[in-house]
Design a protein around this ligand. Structure first.
Ligand code: SF4
Length: 328
């Protein structure tokens, strides 16, 4: 590991001041960044620890929540308002990693997790455009069972590993940012970037910018929602496919539906085509399957992960069917 300086900030203003001097990274729970530093994939000259910043979950007048970036994943999953009004978020958090990691990991750090592509982590022996732009991508002709089927490019087919982010995408969450130029709010669905020709650029964060909070708003679909994660083993594994879905049905028609996929793209994949296909339709299995097919028509899998297309189609229909059945 490359030597680095370490400083601790007590709030966002102090963090931005401390981070103003050179090649610096903010660190929350460190559950991904420390691994990357140990492998010499990341080598910041300085760390500013933001894990001790105020970690509040504030309820707004409309029932929405403003969740501090330093809130631990386990705290957020257990929050009574999250469990009652945003069950897909609570379930997504509990589907991630282990209890020990959830006790350490923060909301801000979870958003900034980097891919678990094994070639990305193999700095000594593999070519990776994300780690070293222009080096090539060994996953394209290699082991790609866990890789992307949507939104990938010829330069990178990695997936985003976060479960929490998938639920936040379905909930239309907003990311609160603070930097030298002031504060700004960004829709979570725009926060992560698809790889294109620059897979090393993973988010729209500017240099020195800090995630301070994430906000979510209530809805009937958010309250009637769930998260399903399909993986090779039942715990402590990343998703082959996951779905965060919420459904609001009135008078036998779908009034609102929220769907986001995980494990299929370099970002949480909001399934807008599927949602458009379902609004005002009857909540039937045939309609759920047709909507999944509309979303997955753009899929471009490798030979090794072609199974994900059918896995996604069936899982989406099953989860929405469960929500529709639970509603009636
Ligand atoms: Fe690197 Fe992306 Fe290729 Fe994995 S898929 S080796 S992260 S460029």
């Amino acid at each position: 590991m490359t030597p680095f300086q370490y400083q601790r900030a007590s709030d966002a203003a102090e963090a931005l001041t401390l981070a103003d001097a050179g090649r610096c990274r903010f660190i929350g729970g460190g559950t991904n960044l420390v691994d990357l530093m140990r492998q010499n994939i990341e080598a910041p000259a300085a760390l500013v620890d933001v894990s001790r910043m105020p970690a509040s979950i504030e309820e707004e007048g409309n029932g929405g929540l403003v969740i501090g970036a330093a809130v631990r994943n386990s705290t957020l999953a257990a929050h009574p308002v999250v469990r009652a009004r945003y069950p897909m978020l609570s379930r997504a958090l509990l589907a991630g990693a282990s209890a020990q990691i959830r006790n350490m990991a923060t909301v801000g750090g979870n958003l900034l997790q980097r891919t678990r592509c094994s070639y990305f982590y193999d700095a000594a022996g593999s070519n990776c455009n994300k780690r070293q732009p222009g080096a090539g991508c060994d996953a394209l002709e290699g082991f790609s069972r866990n890789h992307a089927i949507l939104g990938a490019s010829e330069h990178c087919i990695a997936t985003h590993p976060s479960d929490m982010s998938v639920a936040l995408a379905a909930l239309d969450a907003t990311v609160h940012l603070s930097g030298a130029d002031g504060t700004r709010h960004v829709p979570l669905v725009d926060f992560h970037q698809l790889p294109g020709a620059t897979p090393d650029i993973e988010t729209m964060l500017r240099p020195g910018e800090l995630i301070t909070a994430v906000s979510i708003a209530p809805s009937a679909a958010a309250a009637h929602s769930r998260y399903r994660k399909v993986r090779d083993r039942s715990s402590y594994a990343f998703a082959l496919f996951s779905i965060a879905a919420g459904l609001d049905v009135a008078d036998g028609r779908i009034r609102d539906v929220r769907i986001a996929f995980g494990g299929v793209a370099a970002k949480p994949w909001r399934a807008h085509r599927a949602e458009d296909a379902l609004r005002c339709e009857a909540p039937t299995r045939d309609n759920f399957l047709r909507a999944a097919e509309a979303e997955l028509a753009a899929a471009n899998p490798t030979e090794a992960n072609a199974f994900k297309v059918e896995l996604a189609r069936r899982t989406m229909a099953a989860v929405l069917g469960e929500l529709a059945g639970a509603r009636s």
